[in-house]
Design a protein around this ligand. Structure first.
Ligand code: GLC
Length: 657
């Protein structure tokens, strides 16, 4: 198809170009412009059978572990592999752009779609997203970085203004987009909400930062239904409204007739849509599958293996020996696929692997008891609990496994949770089982933290399974048997109580959400005000034991080189995530006590020592100055810390910078 320019089109044709043709495609003007298709979602292709609808009737595709699980791997290579796998799934279904990754910061643990996002920390979120985008786009499929920006709550998301300071915006909420934009995503999707009183579909100032400072040169597309005024959004630089809106097209055409539209701006946006359409058209022939379906399932398994977090392992009760154990598994999610709700929901490609089957496959003598029938939001339906307890005693069960879940009625796009509580029935199941069991292991299928204070002291081990996709139970069974050594670490704070979060106590009503906690998001608050937490950011147990030593700091130009050794003193090969935090000891303005500025994950074989070398660039020392309106280093003394998590600092040393 010969490439055209917007100038060759009528204004009416340009108007049609800047609004989608239907739910998932662009307008092609009767063949003048190529058609491209976009589809959700970040962890599995959600290809609607009816391309004019957005229902959950979607073609089966691999359901990967959710983004919370991916982020808990702290493994950038795996993020890249997930992108590559998803791109191959897109090729199966002729999709040009996958609508992911989502990088919004987890400011509120009750936010409904936190399972779809990556972290409370902008560096971890940004680097994972950048790797994912590179993985997708290396396969000549497009990625869509979303939701720009401050989509940090689902409650009345279309109407609420996120009122946030310039520093918090720059240092926390824009930062993941700044980092991920280095991967040149084909698209950025604007969010539904307002920021400081300006709707994100009309936010020229933040679009200019995205384009002129972050170097984004792709298409700015609206979230589906996020445009309220097509003229204002056009003037701000929003290139493509999705989905089709007859009302907005008619309005645009009428305003063109009345000479009310900035025709240069219309031309600019229409040209970007044309350029994008031809880019998709010209890239399509370059695509060729690089991963078989089984290869992709292997990537899903790797993410589950490394994204599951061992939160508690009292007296090293885990791993279990399949030859010696008699397991009884009870809990609602025993029998079906548990996932977060909304646009990231995927119809699994194959039969969901149930935990009981996975345990038997792993060689365990395992039985199931229907102590709980099912969960529906904040209530669960009790089953034959008494029978399960009697069976535990009568059959001399050696270890009870209790499966707990928050499913897609509780964690979902479109609304927030009201609290971090489990249903009463699930809590009592844990209490009752723990009372009669020799050992109790709780496995939690959820995509965002829950409170555990009521019962955690009564059980021996807790495995945070996240939403591990259609094959995740295979990984859980392998972690229980020790075939997989857990290496996941939390990417957000697990609080003792929801109310411990300053952000929860900040002012919010139907019209505005005031980010009163400012820079103190997540662990930034807790390491600064010393509020105790259940599990800190960056925390996770292993079957190995790692010791840190020999910290050495050096400088190369504007870089600080952080070198140290980690020794695996156990007899089990294991992977460790080493985290580097920086504190500005001579700061001239407020800064959180310290912040994550580097990390690396490595396999360290039994009894071996691995030398780590992590480079910190100038950005690791900067803060955004609103006096100079730019990133600034206050030269002075900085403390460099190396930790297993944000509270367990193993090594530290000061350096002048
Ligand atoms: C949804 C989501 C967005 C998704 C889009 C298309 O409402 O906010 O993440 O990609 O609409 O389904």
């Amino acid at each position: 198809m010969k490439k055209i320019t917007a100038k060759e089109l009528t204004n009416e044709e340009k108007a049609r170009l800047v609004i989608g043709k239907n739910t998932w495609h662009n307008e092609d003007l009767g063949g003048k412009v190529p058609v491209f298709m976009m589809s959700d979602g970040p962890v599995g292709v959600r290809h609607p059978r009816d391309v004019n609808s957005a229902t959950s009737d979607t073609a089966p595709s691999i359901a990967y572990p959710c983004f919370e699980a991916l982020s808990q791997t702290w493994n950038l290579e795996l993020a890249n592999k997930l992108g590559k796998a998803i791109a191959n799934d897109c090729m199966d279904l002729d999709i040009d752009v996958i609508l992911g990754p989502g990088v919004n910061i987890k400011r509120l643990p009750i936010n409904g779609r936190n399972f779809e996002y990556l972290s409370e920390d902008p560096l971890l979120a940004g680097l994972l997203a950048k790797s994912y985008i590179e993985g997708v786009q290396n396969e000549n499929v497009g990625a869509c970085l979303k939701h720009y920006c401050c989509n940090n709550t689902e409650s009345s998301r279309n109407y609420k203004s996120m009122d946030v300071s310039t520093r918090a915006l720059r240092e926390i909420y824009l930062k993941p987009f700044e980092i991920a934009s280095k991967a040149k995503p084909w698209e950025v999707m604007c969010s539904y909400n307002l920021v400081n009183g300006c709707r994100m579909s009309e936010n020229k100032k933040l679009y200019n930062i995205l384009r002129n400072e972050f170097g984004f040169d792709g298409l700015i597309v609206s979230d589906w239904g996020a445009v309220m005024d097509r003229e204002k959004s056009l003037n701000a630089g929003l290139d493509l409204e999705m989905p089709y809106s007859k009302e907005h097209l008619d309005d645009l055409l009428n305003k063109i007739k009345e000479d009310q539209i900035d025709l240069d701006q219309l031309n600019t946006c229409a040209q970007r849509v044309i350029d994008f359409a031809f880019k998709a058209e010209n890239t399509r022939p370059l695509r060729k599958k690089t991963l078989s379906t089984e290869d992709r399932y292997d990537i899903a398994r790797e993410i589950a293996n490394e994204g599951i977090v061992l939160l508690k392992n009292e007296n090293n009760v885990l791993p279990l020996n399949p030859k010696e154990e008699r397991l009884l598994v009870s809990g609602a999610p025993l029998n079906w696929y548990v996932y977060g709700g909304g646009s990231s929901e995927v119809t699994p490609l194959k039969e969901y692997v149930k935990l009981l089957d996975a345990l038997k496959e792993e060689g365990f003598n395992a039985k199931g008891a229907n102590a709980l029938e099912f969960n529906r939001g904040p209530v669960s339906c009790v089953g034959n609990l008494v029978g399960a307890l009697n069976q535990t005693i009568k059959e001399n069960i050696t270890t009870s496994i209790v499966t707990i879940s928050q499913d897609n009625w509780e964690q979902s796009e479109g609304y927030n949770r009201q609290n971090l509580l489990l249903s009463n029935e699930q809590v009592s199941l844990i209490h009752e089982v723990a009372k009669v069991s020799k050992k109790t292991v709780v496995i939690i299928y959820a995509g965002a933290p829950i409170e555990m204070g009521e019962w955690i002291d009564e059980v021996d081990a807790v495995i945070w399974a996240s939403y591990t996709g259609e094959k995740g139970n295979e990984s859980i069974a392998k972690i229980l048997s020790g075939k997989v050594n857990p290496s996941g670490k939390t990417s957000e704070t697990f609080p003792l109580l929801l109310e411990d979060f300053d952000s929860i106590n900040a002012y919010e009503d139907a019209r505005s959400c005031v980010y009163e906690e400012d820079l103190n998001v997540g662990y930034r608050q807790f390491v600064t005000d010393n509020t105790p937490v259940l599990f800190p950011f960056g925390y996770g147990l292993s079957y190995s034991n790692f010791e840190y030593d020999n910290l050495k700091l050096s400088k190369e130009d504007k870089k600080v080189i952080v070198e140290f050794d980690v020794t695996n003193t156990s007899n089990i090969d294991g992977k460790e995530v080493a985290e580097v935090y920086v504190e500005d000891l001579t700061r001239v303005t407020y800064r959180p006590k310290y912040e994550l500025k580097g990390f690396e994950k490595a396999l360290i074989k039994a009894k071996q020592t691995k030398h780590f070398r992590i480079e910190l660039g100038e950005d690791a020392f900067q803060y955004y100055s609103t006096s100079y309106d730019k990133w600034t280093v206050n030269h002075g003394v900085f403390k460099i810390m190396v930790g297993k998590n944000c509270l367990d600092i193993e090594l530290e040393e000061n350096i002048e910078y």
